[in-house]
Design a protein around this ligand. Sequence first.
Ligand code: SF4
Length: 169
Amino acid sequence: MLKQFVPSEVCLKCQGCCRFKEADSVWSPCLLDEEALDLIDKEGIPAVALSINRRLQLVPNPKGEGFLCPFLKIENTKCQIYTRRPFECQLYPFLLNLRNKKVLLTVDLNCPYVKDKLNTPEFKEYTDYLAAYLNSPAQLTILKDNPQILQAYEGALDVIELEWENGTK
Ligand code: SF4
């Protein structure tokens, strides 16, 4: 599990994550192959609950507009698989972004907590931690084996470029 940048209590009050405007939103959780198999095996979700590109199929929000992750329990706004939530969910508000054939670690400034923390020592320390983690040979291999999680997110702020070409494969 990755260390978290945004404290859980802040997330629970914010209620911004895990909710999406469109049913096929590019921001919806995309799974590593291993995570997809794990969810099918241990959570009993049908394979059809995953789209062809390993995205969780969102469900209509019963309490309002838009769509929800199927693992968000709307009554208490908690993730039902929090202790083994997907890598992409652990990483957020940071995102792996594919742009001009470069793989970048970017950050989504729609997260008010991280937006407030830009240019702080705390932000620098955390992004140094993430860079070391993501650039490790083992992690680069996992990412290269799961190219579906590299997306072209618009509007995210660049943090660092990953050492993609120097990886292990
Ligand atoms: S898996 Fe959990 S953390 Fe990830 S989007 Fe769904 S409810 Fe949110």
